[in-house]
Design a binder for this molecule. Structure first.
Ligand SMILES: [Zn+2]
Ligand SMILES: [Zn+2]
Length: 740
C-alpha cells in the first residue's frame, strides 16, 4: 500500500531530506521525499506496520536542528510503482509557513575535523555541516537555499560541491559550507581599519588578548568585544572605554570544565549551557577567584557561555582562560554587524578580528536562567530566533505587532503561528529605529507578508506607536489596534501556556502607559484574551522628573519621603536625602508639591528602585534592572518575616511598606522582608480571587521573587520558555489582535 507521511515543523534546511533518504534506504523502503509549502512530504510503498516503524524511527533519530511539530500518515492516491527511494525537487516555491532554523553552535563532528591535522578543514574557522552553523543570521529569503543567503557570493570548489551533492555525505545540501579554497576568510584590522599582513591571525589575536588588549571579534550575529576576564586592568579599561561602569559582563569559556571553576552548575543548567543553542546562562558564582572583580561587581551571579563557533573555539583553546565577551554596540543600541559599524567603535578596541561572511540579520546572544527546573529567558536571540510561538486559535487576519519601546521585538502572525524577531534594541536612537524598521521589512520579505492589522502599545510617545500610526496613514485599509502594556504582558504568559480561561493576572513591571496618562506597573487584572478588569494596583505615587526617575532610584525614594514627611524632608538625614544637595531637595519638593513633571505611577519596578536608594544600595543606576539585581544578591532565605500592608479599595500603599523599611537597621533583613512582602501581597490577592494566577512583566525577571512565588503558589503560571520583559509585548499584542 502507498502511504503519504506529512511532517510539519522546523524540517527544512536542517538536513531532513537526506536523513529521510538514508533512513528509508536502510529500511529498504521505496518511494520519495520532498519539501512542500508546510514542511516535508514522504511517499512510501510498504505495509502499515513498516510505515509506523518508519515514523517511530523518524521521531527517535531526527536531525539535531529539526523540530517536529506534527506527523500525519494517510493513504496516498499515487498510482505509480517505485523501484528505489529518491529525493525529489520541491513541489512548490510557496513556503509561507515553513520555519527558518536558528543559528546553531559547532557540532562534535565538525570540532573533531577542525582539530584533525589530516583533515582538509583543519583549523578552518568556518567549518560547518548539515547539523550546525549559521542559519537565520545569513538568510535573505525563503526557501533556505545557498543562493538566498550571504554564502551566495562564495562559489563552492569542486571538493565542497561533491560533498554538497552527495546524499550520503554529512554536508549534503548544507548551505553554508566552504573551505580554505572557496569559503569565507578571517582578517585582522588595526584601529585605522587597515588589514594587517600576517600569517596566523588567530595566534596574533591570542597574543593580543593575553597582553591585556581589547579585541573586537566578528561572530555569528554580530561582533563581541573581548578581553582576558582575569585581567583587572583590561576589564576596567573596557568598562571605561565602553562607558559601562557596572553592568555585568558575560564570560565565554572553552568548555564545561572551565565553567565549573567559576560558577555552580546543576544538571539542568549544564544541559542548557552545552546545548547546541549555546545561550548565556546566569549562574551562581562560586568562591574560587578565577575572575577579576570588575567582571560582575557586587552581584552573586554571572552570565556564562561556551564557545560556539569554530573561531571562538580555536581562540579559547589556545588562550586557555575565561574571556569577557560583551556585545559590540553602544548601550541599548543595535549590534554592529559590518566593518563600517565596528569602525565606529574603534575607540574601544585595539584590534578587530574580522571576516567576510555578511551578517544579514543581526542576532545577539540569548540570556537564560533556570529556576525550579524551569527555563526563563532574559533575552531571546541567537539559537532561539526567529521564535515561533502559537496562538490558542487560528486567525484569518494577518497581524503585524510592533511591541513596546524598550527591548524591542516585532512579530508577524499567520494563521496560528506568531513569528517573533530577535531582540532588536531600545528604540531611542536613530539607528535603533532603522534596525527596528529593517527587522519588519525582513519578516515581510521572507514571509511575503502584508498586514491587515497593525497592533501597537497605547503609549503615544513610543517610537513603535508612532510607526504604527504612520503605517495606518499610508494604508487606509489597515486596521490599527492599541493594547494596554501590562495586559499584553499577561496575554503573553497565557499564550505560552495555552491558557484561554479567566485568570488573575499579576503584571509587575517598570513603567508602561495606563489610563489618563498614568504610568502603570503594579497591576492585578481579572482577564482573559477578550479583555481585562483592573482589580487591584499599587497606590499612585509621583514619579519625580518623569523619565528621569527611571534612571535615578533616589528620586523615587524621595517621592515617598515627601509623601510621608512633607517639607520636613529638607531637614531629614538619610541615605537618599544625602545624595542630593539642599537646593536640589528644595526644587524637587516644589516640583513634588505642584506635581510638575511628576506623572502618577503604580510601578512595582520603580518601588524596587526606591528600596535600593533608601538602603544606600543604589542612587543613580547605570543600566536597566540594576536595583533588582543588587537587591536579589542581598536576599537571605532564612528570614521569613514580612512587612505589614493593607489592600484598601483595590489599592496597596507602597509608602506604608517604605516607612517600615526606613526604620529597619539591617540591610539584609530589610531586603529579605521586602521580597517576602511582595510575595504575601500576591498570595493575599490570589485568595481574594479564586482564579489561576498568571505572572507577567519585567519584575518577574527577578529569580528570587519567582522562586518564592512558585513555593507559596505551586500551581502559579510563570512566563517560562520565553522572555517576561518588554520583548514579550509583541506576542501579547498578537494574541489580543487575533482574539478580537
Ligand atoms: Zn557540524
Ligand atoms: Zn571548498
Amino acid at each position: 500500500m502507498i502511504f503519504k507521511v506529512e511532517i510539519r515543523g522546523v524540517v527544512q534546511g536542517v538536513g531532513f531530506r537526506p536523513f529521510i533518504y538514508n533512513l528509508a534506504t536502510s529500511m529498504e523502503l521505496n518511494g520519495y521525499v520532498s519539501n512542500n509549502a508546510h514542511g516535508v512530504i514522504i511517499v512510501v510503498d510498504t505495509t502499515k506496520d513498516k510505515v509506523d516503524e518508519f515514523v517511530e524511527q523518524i521521531r527517535a533519530k531526527r536531525p539535531p536542528l529539526s523540530d517536529i511539530e506534527s506527523i500525519d500518515i494517510s493513504p496516498s492516491n499515487e498510482k505509480q510503482t517505485f523501484k528505489d527511494f529518491t529525493i525529489k525537487k520541491s513541489e512548490s516555491s510557496d513556503e509561507l509557513t515553513s520555519m527558518i532554523p536558528s543559528d546553531i553552535a559547532m557540532c562534535k563532528e565538525c570540532q573533531e575535523e577542525l582539530e584533525d591535522k589530516n583533515n582538509r578543514r583543519y583549523n578552518y574557522p568556518f567549518i560547518t555541516c548539515t547539523n550546525c552553523g549559521p542559519r537565520y543570521s545569513i538568510i535573505k529569503n525563503l526557501p533556505y537555499d545557498r543562493k538566498n543567503t550571504s554564502m551566495a557570493e562564495f562559489e563552492m570548489c569542486k571538493k565542497c560541491q561533491d560533498e554538497y551533492k552527495n546524499p550520503k555525505d554529512r554536508r549534503y545540501h548544507a548551505q553554508p559550507i566552504g573551505c580554505f579554497e572557496c569559503g569565507p576568510m578571517i582578517s585582522l584590522l588595526d584601529k585605522s581599519g587597515k588589514k594587517q599582513k600576517i600569517e596566523n591571525v588567530v595566534d596574533e589575536v591570542v597574543k593580543f588578548i593575553a597582553d591585556g588588549k581589547i579585541v573586537a571579534i566578528k561572530g555569528v550575529g554580530g561582533y563581541h568585544l573581548v578581553c582576558d576576564a582575569r585581567n583587572e586592568k583590561a576589564v576596567k579599561l573596557l568598562r571605561e572605554r565602553k562607558q559601562r561602569p557596572s553592568k555585568p559582563f558575560a564570560v565565554m569559556v572553552k568548555d564545561i570544565n572551565m565553567s565549573k571553576e567559576i560558577v555552580h552548575i546543576n544538571a539542568k543548567e549544564e544541559e542548557l549551557l552545552s546545548s547546541n543553542r549555546r545561550p548565556v546562562v546566569l549562574l551562581g558564582k562560586n568562591e574560587r577567584e578565577l575572575l577579576c572583580d570588575s567582571v560582575a561587581p557586587n552581584i552573586n551571579q554571572l552570565g556564562l557561555f561556551l564557545a560556539y563557533t569554530p573561531l571562538h573555539h580555536m581562540i579559547l583553546q589556545k588562550l586557555n582562560c575565561p574571556l569577557v565577551a560583551t556585545s559590540a554596540n553602544i548601550s541599548g543600541e543595535p549590534l554592529c554587524i559590518n566593518s563600517e559599524e565596528i569602525m565606529k567603535l574603534s575607540h574601544i578596541w585595539d584590534y578587530c578580528l574580522d571576516h567576510d561572511r555578511e551578517i544579514v540579520n543581526s542576532c545577539d546572544d540569548s540570556v537564560l536562567f533556570v529556576e525550579n527546573e524551569k527555563i526563563f529567558m532574559l533575552r531571546c536571540a541567537r539559537g532561539y530566533s526567529p521564535t515561533y510561538l502559537k496562538l490558542p486559535n487560528k486567525t484569518d487576519k494577518k497581524i503585524l505587532s510592533l511591541g513596546a519601546n524598550q527591548k524591542s521585538t516585532v512579530a508577524i502572525t499567520i494563521e496560528n503561528k506568531v513569528i517573533i524577531s530577535p531582540y532588536i534594541a531600545d528604540l531611542e536612537g536613530l539607528s535603533s529605529i532603522e534596525h527596528f524598521k529593517s527587522h519588519i521589512e525582513t519578516l515581510k520579505r521572507i514571509y511575503d507578508f502584508e498586514p491587515d492589522v497593525v497592533v501597537c502599545d497605547k503609549h503615544p510617545r513610543y517610537e513603535s506607536t508612532k510607526y504604527a500610526k504612520e503605517l495606518k496613514e499610508k494604508n487606509s485599509h489597515v486596521e490599527l489596534m492599541q493594547v494596554q502594556h501590562h495586559y499584553a504582558h499577561i496575554l503573553s504568559t497565557m499564550g505560552l501556556n495555552n491558557i484561554t480561561s479567566k485568570v488573575l493576572g499579576v503584571s509587575f513591571d517598570g513603567t508602561g502607559y495606563g489610563k489618563e496618562g498614568h504610568l502603570w506597573g503594579g497591576e492585578f487584572f481579572v482577564c482573559d484574551e477578550k479583555g481585562y478588569e483592573r482589580v487591584g494596583h499599587f497606590k499612585y505615587f509621583k514619579l519625580l522628573g518623569g523619565e528621569m526617575a527611571i534612571k535615578e532610584p533616589r528620586r523615587v525614594a524621595l517621592s515617598f519621603l515627601f509623601e510621608l514627611y512633607g517639607e520636613d524632608v529638607l531637614t531629614l538625614n538619610n541615605h537618599t536625602t544625602a545624595s542630593f544637595t539642599q537646593s536640589e531637595l528644595k526644587v524637587l519638593y516644589q516640583a513634588w508639591k505642584k506635581g510638575l513633571n511628576s506623572p502618577l505611577s503604580s510601578s512595582c519596578g520603580r518601588f524596587f528602585d526606591a528600596v535600593a536608594s533608601i538602603l544606600d544600595i543604589l542612587h543613580v543606576s547605570s543600566h536597566e534592572g540594576e536595583s533588582g539585581l543588587l537587591l536579589e544578591s542581598l536576599y537571605d532565605e532564612n528570614i521569613k518575616d514580612f512587612y505589614e500592608f493593607s489592600i484598601l479599595e483595590k489599592e496597596i500603599d507602597f509608602s506604608v511598606i517604605f516607612y517600615q523599611i526606613l526604620k529597619e537597621e539591617d540591610k539584609t533583613i530589610a531586603v529579605s522582608k521586602f521580597f517576602n512582602t511582595l510575595v504575601e501581597i500576591i498570595f493575599d490577592m490570589s485568595k481574594k480571587h479564586d482564579l489561576p494566577v498568571v505572572l507577567g512583566g519585567g519584575v518577574f525577571q527577578n529569580r528570587v521573587l519567582l522562586r518564592l512565588i512558585m513555593k507559596i503558589i505551586p500551581d502559579v503560571t510563570v512566563p517560562s520558555g520565553f522572555v517576561s520583559n518588554d520583548s514579550a509585548i509583541a506576542y501579547g499584542q498578537a494574541i489580543a489582535a487575533a482574539s478580537r
